[in-house]
Design a binder for this molecule. Structure first.
Ligand code: ZN
Length: 347
């Protein structure tokens, strides 16, 4: 695929000498050595991080042994609902849940209208190869188009959300989370699995029980703006009053990559055995979504930093990803063809 150079905007930016966060990132400051305030705060020794990983892995095993496995009953067919994008991280996570932890998995994929062809084939091959039931959930295009068109024009969510992801990404993830929670509650599934990389979500949130009050708050933060944009039909993707009535039915969210060994090259190599193929048709920060490059481009132009820089910088800082690799992902070549595909599709 033909590529262009990195955005001109990035050429002049001062970057943290350690983690690659740019001077344009909100709230950043550098010391005389060029180290950013986020790196200066991060003084946890490597051994402590390894200890913490072990602790969380044990916590997960205990949860399975104490609650999940004994709770297998006739009216429960699955132990975990996996939010499965078909990307490398959720593929790897799902393989661990099934093979390492022996769980009965129901995979759910959210189709935002921009899943790459390779990702769709990957989803089918991987679920077949692992022997996992799978559901595609695709909202109607007219609703998705309204949401993405609004998201490219203006901010829909909190300022903080813009530091973590583009408005388009936050819209999709918000719907994914609420659809998964809704399905898990309705089908009596006690766990929801996410393939967050160690840079996307901290280990402290790796095993967390959902509760009605918190869920209502996070649902509202997405539902209210989306309803303004797409109308009342959007409610179909969110919890109704009935769902909130039984706290016992609220599942745990888990993201095992927080405690598992993480290395991108290793993961990509490992999941080939389940028929996963690296897509040639997506950008360097997504192995499944064709909207991503466009969403990134808009975000960079508006805010002066890449929407993935926070999570990539986290991984560089924690030694999970080499600095050069992180730099290339964030400040490397863009793919104008991908941007053009999404632009055209959204009119
Ligand atoms: Zn830094």
């Amino acid at each position: 695929m033909k590529t262009s150079d990195s955005p001109a905007l990035f050429n002049q930016l001062r970057l943290c000498s350690n983690c690659i966060l740019p001077e344009s990132f909100p709230g950043i400051s550098f010391d005389e050595k060029g180290l950013c305030n986020f790196c200066r705060k991060n003084t946890k020794p490597v051994e402590a991080a390894a200890e913490e990983k072990k602790k969380y892995e044990q916590k997960f095993i205990d949860l399975l042994n104490d609650q999940i496995l004994p709770g297998r009953t006739n009216d429960r067919s699955y132990d975990i609902l996996m939010a499965f994008s078909g990307g490398k991280d959720s593929t790897y996570t799902m393989s661990l849940l099934k093979l390492k932890y022996g769980l009965r998995v129901l995979a759910v994929s959210f189709d935002n209208g921009f899943i790459s062809d390779t990702a769709i084939s990957n989803i089918k091959r991987v679920t077949d190869s692992l022997g996992i039931d799978h559901i595609f959930f695709k909202p109607k295009w007219e609703i998705l188009k309204k949401i993405f068109s609004a998201a490219k024009e203006r901010e829909l969510y909190s300022k903080k959300s813009l530091e973590r992801a583009s408005t388009m990404c936050t819209s999709c993830i918000g719907m994914v989370k609420s659809i998964c929670l809704k399905m898990a509650i309705e089908q009596n599934i006690p766990l929801i699995g996410y393939g967050w990389s160690p840079g996307q979500a901290p280990i402290q949130s790796a095993i967390m029980k959902n509760n009605p009050a918190l869920s209502r708050m996070s649902q509202q933060s997405i539902l209210v703006p989306l309803r303004e944009v797409a109308g009342d039909e959007i409610k179909a993707y969110f919890l109704g009053e009935g769902h909130y009535s039984d706290p016992e039915k609220f599942p745990y969210n888990v993201h095992p990559m927080a405690w598992e060994f993480y290395n991108e090259a290793m993961i990509i190599d490992d999941i080939k055995q389940y028929g996963w193929q690296a897509p040639a048709d997506t950008d360097s920060n997504s192995t499944n979504c064709l909207l991503n490059a466009y969403a990134n481009d808009i975000h960079i132009t508006k805010y002066g930093f890449h929407p993935y820089v926070w999570e990539i910088a986290n991984m560089v800082r924690d030694g999970v990803m080499p600095r050069g690799e992180g730099y290339e992902k964030i400040y490397g070549k863009q793919q104008p063809e991908l941007i053009e595909i999404a632009r055209r599709k959204l009119g």
